[in-house]
Design a protein around this ligand. Structure first.
Ligand code: HEM
Length: 513
């Protein structure tokens, strides 16, 4: 009957109308609240300014806009949403540290973490639940635990060095061209496996499907589909569920990460734990960890460590290959007969430490930190907004804020006029202490959600440098250089790629001395 049909349709239509009106009203009221903020004009009705961000090198457009519009400005996201870009350190410290839980990760970022590794520590935003999860993984991340696994890192690094040596043996001049980025990902996966979970993945020697899947996830980030997904996810987190090629790859990565974690967790129940200080043993000893939580933690830690550490190793190798004089000085600094222990690693190699920090400063794997305002609230600023005397701004509920790490870490006011250049010397002396607790070095973020893998990542990268690049095999036996121009490539983290290519790589020429 038409009358019954009309009344059964009326409710959903009315609901849809009200919902749309509510969204439009919120959008306009947010635009009105933020109108005093400077920023670029809208360039596309659907994509806002996202295309400009996508078509430039990672971080380049943020740096350009920051020069024009200052330390707090707005730009357009998809479908008329507005995003606030913040480099003002007082505001950054509120977002990341003092008021962190009022500025949680946006639904889009959480959906991404959930789709890759489940509802683990990268996903949770409830303060108590976060503290509980952090407490659970803390013993595995602390100084003692890191110290205990350092020798295992050297084992992995030596395996990599042996493989490189093999590559040069087939050439009369003992020269080989290798893709150091490929090796860095395998090394990274093997070390987190061995050191974290006493698990011999052997992806460097035998290959492993998890490494190949994680590579594919990275290397599909260049195209339009990946851009669209990345741009839309802030407004529509469910875009990750669309059955696209990219969506399938995400599901495959999640499945493999979980399968591997599940198997390790099950095997570990019968493992001989005598003297073993791996993350796995420490997790087994925790009272309040059920199987599902353990698997989620493991998948989270593997993906968090794999992405960031492998990208950092590539950048360290790239910069050392580009700077033969520093390569030489490093070789001298680290040329000892014995593998240094953890304490020596942290205290006796100032140049190595400086190389590591300078690389993370100039090539932070995490390009930007995204947050969202959980309610309409005031953000205090260290300096007035450009073209105004206002020392604070009102941030409407639901507004996404982005902290571009690369802009902060290359700010000439802090780092000097040579901020864009790779100069490890800047860390020698007092620079390290000067920066303690400040929002000027954010490669590991700051505040209650600072990266807990910090010590581990340092040990791992240093071991790689010491063994592969510097001490026994590479520096004593090989010289190495970059053979093609390299530029940053934005995937989940910022990686190396040959200029013009669409996938991540780092071709290095190594020659036996
Ligand atoms: C050079 C290496 C690394 C860099 C640059 C790095 C960077 C970061 C950053 C920026 C965050 C904050 C992310 C956000 O708030 O959205 C983070 C969080 C995290 N990282 Fe790392 N990371 C590195 C290595 C590692 C390693 C080796 C592990 C584990 C073994 C790890 C485990 C984690 C975890 C569990 C979190 C979540 C912390 C929380 O939410 O409380 N990271 N990392």
């Amino acid at each position: 009957q038409p009358a019954t049909m009309f009344s059964s349709l009326m409710f959903p239509v009315l609901f849809a109308l009200l919902f749309t009106t509510h969204i439009i009203w919120r959008r306009f009221s947010s635009i009105r609240t933020l109108r005093s903020l400077p920023g670029p004009a809208l360039t596309h009705w659907i994509w806002g300014n996202e295309m400009e961000l996508h078509s430039s090198l990672p971080g380049e457009t943020y740096a350009y806009w920051s020069k024009i519009y200052g330390q707090v400005f707005k730009f357009w996201g998809v479908f008329g949403t507005q995003v606030i870009c913040v480099t003002d350190r007082v505001a950054v410290a509120q977002i990341l540290a003092s008021e962190r839980f009022r500025f949680p990760k946006p639904a889009g970022a959480r959906a991404w973490f959930k789709s890759i590794s489940g509802k683990g520590i990268l996903y949770v935003e409830d303060k108590e639940e976060h503290a509980r999860q952090r407490k659970m993984i803390a013993p595995a991340m602390n100084f003692q635990a890191t110290k205990a696994i350092t020798p295992k890192l050297f084992d992995c690094a030596k395996e990599l060095a042996d493989s490189w040596e093999l590559c040069t043996k087939t050439d009369a001049d003992s020269v080989a061209e290798i893709d150091a980025a490929w090796w860095a990902t395998r090394y990274s996966l093997d070390t987190i496996g061995k050191a974290g979970f006493s698990w011999n993945l052997s992806s460097m020697t035998k290959g492993h499907h998890l490494a190949a899947t994680l590579d594919s996830l990275t290397n599909t980030e260049g195209g339009f589909a990946a851009f669209a997904m990345r741009a839309l996810v802030w407004a529509f987190p469910s875009v990750l569920q669309i059955p696209s090629a990219k969506g399938k790859m995400i599901q495959e990565a999640r499945l493999q990460l979980r399968n591997v974690s599940q198997k390790l967790w099950n095997d570990s129940k019968n493992m001989d734990k005598d003297g073993d200080k791996s993350l796995l043993t420490l997790m087994q000893e925790a009272d309040d960890l059920d199987d599902e939580q353990a698997v989620t933690h493991m998948a989270t830690l593997i993906s968090a460590a794999f992405e960031t550490v492998s990208a950092s190793i590539s950048w360290v190798l790239y910069e050392i290959a580009q700077h033969p004089e520093i390569q030489e000085k490093l070789r001298e600094e680290v040329s000892t007969d014995e593998d240094p222990d953890f304490d020596t690693l942290h205290s006796k190699f100032p140049l190595l430490d400086a190389v590591y920090k300078e690389t993370l400063r100039l090539h932070s794997p995490v390009l930007e930190l995204h947050h969202v305002s959980s309610k309409t609230q005031t953000l205090r600023l260290g300096a007035p907004l450009q073209g105004s005397t206002k020392n604070e701004i009102l941030v409407p509920k639901g507004t996404v804020l982005v902290v571009p790490v690369s802009v902060i870490q290359t700010d000439p006011e802090v780092w000097g006029p040579d901020a864009e250049h790779w100069k490890p010397e800047r860390w020698l002396g007092k620079r390290d202490q000067d920066l303690h607790g400040k929002a000027d070095f954010l490669a590991f973020s700051m505040g209650p959600r600072v990266c807990p893998g910090r010590l581990f990542a340092e040990a791992e990268i240093k071991a790689s440098c010491l063994i592969n690049v510097l001490i026994i095999v590479l520096l004593r036996m090989f010289s190495f250089e970059c053979v093609q121009p390299i530029e940053p490539f934005q995937s989940f983290v910022v990686r190396t790629k040959v200029v013009g290519d669409k996938t991540s790589s780092l071709p290095l020429k190594i020659k036996r001395l």
